[in-house]
Design a protein around this ligand. Structure first.
Ligand code: URP
Ligand code: ZN
Ligand code: ZN
Length: 457
């Protein structure tokens, strides 16, 4: 039997372990794993790791937000993703009132479908929960491939905030159809009150962003969302969890049997709020804010013990010109940072190499868990029948992170100067090579929209 492609001599990794074997690909799918496989095309992976492509479930490409539009569009953002070993991403279709959820999905797909270089899916973000949304939910979950929704507990000023009755209603309704509510957990009213009380005196610039969003503003919102999930039996997912306190609350809720899952991201593991005191501190402005070293330590622990099941980046790229729109007012920072391209290499170096997590745990956090939680059974693993989304990863490749080695449309990196050892060299998307030896060889429109599956309970 001759396969279309054989990836030869590498070490194939899953959460169950590492196997020295060839990987055979026919068409878009993994067809075999074994010794001495024959292929029409051979890719040499000797001495390298063969990983399932990473999945980043939290991105905002070309998002109009904070008076500008995020700088990585679907084409460049997904190209950057591929260069960083990400083969699937989920973005958001945020409802602009009074548009319906179904129309919102259709409009976002029109923007994304012709541009994406890798496979992608959408979380609709419900900003206007009402009887029509309730009516639409079953169709959105069952027929449109969008079984998870984002709801913002914050951003009242943007018109995006979902109040408690909205969350209660969405959790109740989505549970009936196998859906999941993903919340941005910050207490809007408390943040606004702290902002009103913040005189700015003696506070260095954008450090006020951290001061007015202390840990309680996230922890309280997480706790409230969990209670609403418990009361309704709804499935809950906490996006970009940033505090140790929040992670402990999730841990306790899970021990009580409440259906809550959570993600954190490299920005919360590796960056701390002292950065806001730098002249370029506003570059690090994101919501929730980056936190304290003690939070970082607790988040690593909660990743290792399984409380936090997903690493995702919340990529929302604003370049330095866009970030300059803050003009000294921390409330006007365009909130968000680049990240999708450095997710895998940073996790490998700062997690696996540093001994904080195992290689198998990394595969769970970046591949297996996101695929399972977000309803993508053919993604996140390299078993026979899986989509041939594959990364050949060189554990010896040394890279110093700086914009000139990256593809993102950003002229700075939050991780500037970080030395990583281990980099994705070659990426395949459904059996097609899209990155070859760190050169992009894919094309816009090659990615497909993923019809994600509802939770079967
Ligand atoms: O500051 C952030 N995180 N920007 C993107 C929008 C969001 O809240 O996820
Ligand atoms: Zn958010
Ligand atoms: Zn986000």
């Amino acid at each position: 039997m001759t396969y279309d492609i054989v990836i030869k001599g590498g070490t194939i990794v899953s959460s169950h372990g590492e196997t020295r074997a060839d990987l055979g690909i026919t068409g878009e799918r993994v067809a075999a794993m074994g010794a001495d496989l024959e292929g029409a095309t051979i890719i040499d992976a000797k001495g390298k790791l063969v990983l399932p492509g990473a999945i980043d479930v939290h991105n905002h490409f070309q998002l109009p937000f904070c008076g500008t539009t995020s700088a990585d569009d679907f084409e460049n953002g997904s190209k950057a993703a591929a260069m960083g070993g990400v083969t699937t991403f989920l973005d958001f279709a945020i409802q602009a009132q009074p548009n319906s959820v179904l129309d919102t999905i259709a409009m976002r797909r029109e923007e994304a479908d012709p541009k994406v270089c890798i496979d992608y899916g959408l979380h609709p973000a419900i900003t206007n929960w009402n009887a029509d949304c309730k009516e639409e939910l079953k169709k959105v979950i069952r027929d449109k491939g969008c079984p998870s929704f984002k709801m913002f507990m914050v951003y009242k000023a943007q018109g995006w905030q979902a109040d408690d009755p909205a969350l209660y209603g969405a959790l109740t309704e989505s549970a009936k159809h196998g859906g999941m509510v993903a919340v941005h957990a910050e207490n809007n009213d408390l943040i606004e009150a702290l902002q009103a009380a913040e005189s700015g005196e003696g506070v260095p610039g954008c450090y006020a962003h951290a001061l007015t969003r202390p840990a309680i503003t996230e922890a309280e919102a997480i706790n409230r969302a969990i209670m609403l999930a418990e009361a309704t039996g709804g499935r809950l997912y906490i996006v970009h969890l940033s505090t140790g306190w929040g992670a402990d609350i999730v841990n306790r809720a899970r021990a009580w049997g409440i259906d809550v899952q959570a993600e954190t991201g490299p920005q919360y593991l590796l960056l701390d709020d002292e950065l806001f005191k730098r002249e370029d501190g506003h570059h690090f402005g994101t919501c929730p804010p980056i936190r304290k070293p003690a939070d970082q330590e607790k988040l690593w622990k909660r990743l290792a013990d399984g409380t936090l099941e997903v690493l995702a980046t919340d990529t929302c790229t604003f370049n330095s010109k866009q970030k300059a729109m803050w003009e000294g007012d921390y409330k006007k920072i365009p909130f968000g940072m680049p990240g999708i391209e450095t997710l895998l290499p940073l996790t490998y170096t700062t997690g696996v190499r540093a001994g904080r997590i195992t290689l198998g745990k990394m595969i769970q956090l970046l591949c297996e868990n996101p695929a399972r939680i977000m309803g993508m059974p053919t993604k996140g693993h390299l078993n026979v029948g899986a989509d041939a989304d594959v990364v050949i990863f060189d554990t010896e490749e040394e890279v110093t992170i700086t914009p000139s080695v990256l593809t993102t449309n950003c002229d700075y990196s939050p991780y500037e100067g970080t030395k990583v050892k281990g980099w994705p060299m070659t990426t395949l998307s459904r059996g097609k090579m899209i990155v070859k030896d760190r050169e992009f060889v894919g094309a816009a429109g090659q990615g497909k929209f993923i019809m994600r599956e509802p939770n079967k309970g």
